[in-house]
Design a protein around this ligand. Structure first.
Ligand SMILES: Nc1ncnc2c1ncn2[C@@H]1O[C@H](COP(=O)(O)OP(=O)(O)OP(=O)(O)O)[C@@H](O)[C@H]1O
Ligand SMILES: [Mg+2]
Length: 500
């Protein structure tokens, strides 16, 4: 201790709390922060009740955790009762000693906490309106329930020990004038958020969360049990990131999912938003997408072609300071030492995702062990950029050129000119725009066409191979199987017959 003179300079309670109200919690994030405390206290069940109450809305969150004795409760209600620099137990989801208060005040003006431990119930309350009326700016923590609050303490009869958090005067969560539809929307947002951030706990049956009596189902961002999902091996990050690990996933293309599955997999904020890193801290999701300011040259942003890439990143709470975890537990920045590995893994996943997106779920490496497929279009890198060319090797093109050559040299030249005109005028911009706007690649490769259409085109080429090229049916079938887009239709090709 230095011998300097000091003054006690506490903040004015109302001013500080008003300022903290603006931290930017959504309702879902605020409730999640309160449930974090329940999880840290060993709760297995959380019951959330959200009531509209004609504009006098109320939220209660009850858990069956360890509960708190009176002194502990008083500390729990204190802003900054714990030092963020202290070591925490491995399963503790807290860090700053603020969450309960900041999350609650972000939604409403009155926070009451009742806690039961050793068969004794203690109740304490913060009321912003009361603090405003007290002239001294002090921290007046009130005892017991507000006289206008009904006797909700009975809820604690349900548990041997546990804690009940009551949020009232919900000026931010349910601003006056809302409707029951607003309440339904609110419930929907809360449900989606909780099913996302606590999905691990729910999946492992370590936690059951009831929202207005309905159990919340987990949302797995990685569709890890779907056969068409690709996943990388789990990679441990550097030792200094004690226990952090990462695993990349590329989700199936829309065509491989049932419409319901596709919709569910999108997640609360939609496909584009939920691409990139999903960061978990002690299994609780704190980030649900984004590229962590990684990238080569410039930071990667969320873009359509990469939306099937989702990367799971797990960090332990001992690394909070390194990862710059914030009070809301909704940001994380990789420390310099982890950036190179993460960039590498993300780059690979992004490229794979882009290919699945572009090829409609057929991995371009589909016939790895066979001969390369003959493309119709070739992308050729020239100095001015990329040009797209129609391959004259493709049987459908080759046979026409061949016949034309036999009939008349100028006809062949005309056809080549026609192809060139097509090549020079492919609506690249248009395709690109349509892809961006429809959030999907335009249809190609006979996609969605009835099989007869495909069959008739294939049959024409097949005939020409037999008649004009003198190929055997077996050879013609084999070469069609190596030709775009017929490589996608092996059964149809097998059924081609020699026409008499
Ligand atoms: N539901 C609960 N059951 C038991 N103890 C609780 C509960 N809620 C809060 N506490 C106690 O109150 C303390 C303060 O909670 P608060 O959420 O404000 O901060 P924190 O969880 O320590 O850190 P953070 O600001 O990161 O959330 C907790 O550390 C815990 O000891
Ligand atoms: Mg907390």
């Amino acid at each position: 201790m230095s011998s300097s003179q000091s003054r006690n300079s506490p903040p004015r309670a109302t001013a500080l709390i008003e300022a903290l109200r603006g931290l930017g919690y959504t309702s879902g994030a605020a409730i999640a922060d309160i449930i974090d405390n329940s999880v840290s206290a060993g709760a297995r069940t959380v019951w959330i009740d959200v009531e509209w109450n004609n504009g006098n809305g109320r939220v209660t969150i009850l858990d069956d955790g360890s509960g708190m004795a009176d002194q502990e409760l008083e500390l729990a209600m204190t802003l900054g009762d714990k030092n963020p620099l202290d070591r925490r137990s491995e399963s503790d989801l807290g860090r700053f000693g603020l969450g309960l208060k900041t999350a609650s005040f972000s939604q409403g003006r009155r926070l009451t906490v009742a806690s039961k431990k050793d068969r004794t119930v203690s109740i304490l309350r913060w009321d912003l309106d009361y603090l405003l009326t007290s002239a001294d700016g002090g921290w007046h923590l009130l005892e017991g329930l507000d006289p206008r609050t009904p006797n909700l303490i009975e809820k604690l009869d349900e548990v041997v020990s546990g804690t009940l958090v009551i949020l009232e005067l919900l000026d931010r969560m349910m601003p006056n004038g809302g409707t029951t539809q607003d309440l339904l929307d609110l419930l929907d947002r809360i449900e989606k958020h909780l099913s996302m951030v606590f999905h691990r706990f729910i999946e492992k049956s370590r936690l059951t969360i009831y929202l207005n009596k309905q159990p919340i189902k987990p949302w797995d961002p990685f569709l890890s049990s779907h056969p068409a999902t690709w996943s990388s091996p789990r990679t441990k990050l550097d030792k200094r990131n004690n226990g952090a690990w990462v695993q990349a996933f590329v989700l199936p293309h829309r065509d491989r999912l049932k419409p319901k599955e596709y919709e569910a997999a999108a997640g609360p904020d939609g496909w584009n938003s939920h691409q990139g890193f999903f960061v978990y801290r002690n299994e609780r999701m704190i980030l649900s997408g984004g590229w962590l300011s990684l990238g080569k040259g410039r930071h990667w942003t969320r873009e359509e072609p990469y939306r099937l890439a989702r990367i799971e990143l797990e960090i332990p709470n001992s690394a909070d300071a390194d990862w710059k975890i914030d009070i809301r537990k909704s940001t994380a920045y990789p420390p310099p030492i982890a950036r190179a590995t993460l960039t590498h893994i993300a780059e690979d996943a992004r490229e794979r995702a882009r290919r699945v997106f572009a090829f409609r779920g057929r991995p371009s490496t589909g016939n790895q062990n066979r001969d390369p497929v003959l493309p119709v279009w070739e992308a050729i890198q020239v100095r001015a950029g990329i040009r797209y060319r129609i391959s004259s090797e493709h049987p459908a093109i080759a046979s026409v050129l061949d016949i034309a050559g036999k009939i008349d040299g100028t006809l062949q030249k005309d056809i080549r000119t026609m192809l060139r005109v097509l090549e020079e005028t492919i609506p690249v911009q248009r395709i690109w725009l349509d892809t961006a706007e429809n959030k999907d690649t335009p249809r190609s490769s006979f996609d969605g066409e009835p099989p007869e259409e495909v069959l008739s085109v294939a049959q024409t080429i097949f005939n020409s191979m037999l008649k004009r090229k003198g190929m055997s049916p077996e050879l013609a079938r084999a070469s069609l199987l190596r030709t775009e887009p017929f490589d996608q239709y092996p059964e149809l090709i097998a059924s081609l017959k020699e026409e008499s």
